[in-house]
Design a protein around this ligand. Structure first.
Ligand code: ADP
Ligand code: MG
Length: 254
């Protein structure tokens, strides 16, 4: 167990190269238990790569990743999942012929290793589907759902594994303002009702800045700013990196 003052996730000096491309350079960041932290930055900044390094889909060339004070960098993805890290992919990779419920059950079975039994598994699956609002679609094959519904199934799948840390990659691209509000409220509930810490990559700037308590900004693979949203939005280096994006227009919560 981590004490409240200890970070749940700690990344120190993470560097990741793809051939000549340095996707991450010396990235250090922490996520406290039950925190909601935004990770933003221009296209190609390294956001998805950082999530991949944390969840075991990519191995860093240098640096340390710790969950609850134990190193996880280099572990295979399924082992990281069992340690309590859930991941919602930018483009969900789901089996189209499995039903919504079957997909989420896979998440429950491959998540945190406490022995559940069939009744416990069914309850966990149902709770996750209720939370994302897809309980009445549970018998439908995933292939019949639209993109956003697929993302929500993927979120339910990750939640059914009882993660301590949820990594969310662009849940909101292509959504209208009403859907964005609904989705933001959902992430807040996940944090508040489940006590799950969330590291959230999103391009919809006002949604992120209006929701999270802390934001980390990546540019060209490096952290260029971090802090409360209102402070980061005024940071000249951030405004520069986002040239053309009107940060000040965003409804930034105090
Ligand atoms: N598997 C890969 N092979 C080669 N280059 C990659 C790979 N994944 C990411 N990159 C490169 O790393 C950089 C960061 O990419 P990415 O993490 O996807 O950025 P973001 O999610 O912030 O848009 C980009 O230059 C991208 O082209
Ligand atoms: Mg990305």
């Amino acid at each position: 167990m981590s004490r409240p003052s200890e970070p749940l996730l700690r990344c120190r000096g993470i560097t990741k190269r793809f051939g000549g491309v340095v996707a991450l350079r010396d990235v250090t960041l922490e996520v406290e238990p039950k925190a909601l932290v935004g990770l933003i930055g221009p296209n190609g900044a390294g956001k998805s790569t950082l999530l991949n390094v944390v969840c075991g889909l990519a191995r860093p060339d240098a640096g340390v990743v710790e969950l609850d004070g134990r190193p996880i960098a280099g572990l295979p993805a399924h082992a990281v999942t069992r340690r309590g890290v859930g991941r919602v992919l930018q483009i969900p990779r789901l089996f189209p012929t499995l039903t919504v419920e079957e997909t989420v059950r896979v998440g429950a079975l491959f998540g945190s290793p406490d022995s559940l039994g069939p009744a416990g598994t069914a309850r966990r699956v149902h709770e996750a589907l209720e939370l994302v609002g897809l309980a009445d679609r549970r018998t439908e094959p995933v292939g019949r759902l639209n993109t956003q519904e697929k993302r929500l199934v993927d979120l339910a799948r990750a939640l059914a594994g009882q993660p301590k840390l949820l990594l969310v990659d662009e849940l909101m691209s292509g959504l209208n303002p009403v859907e964005i509000q609904r989705c933001t409220a959902l992430l807040r509930r996940v944090r508040e009702e489940r006590g799950v810490a969330i590291l959230w990559v999103e391009h919809v700037m006002d949604a992120v800045l209006g929701t999270v308590e802390r934001v980390v900004v990546l540019d060209h693979g490096a952290v260029i700013a971090q802090g409360p949203p209102a402070q980061v939005a005024r940071d000249p280096a951030v405004v520069e990196a986002y040239l053309g994006v009107d940060f000040q227009a965003a409804e930034v919560a105090g």
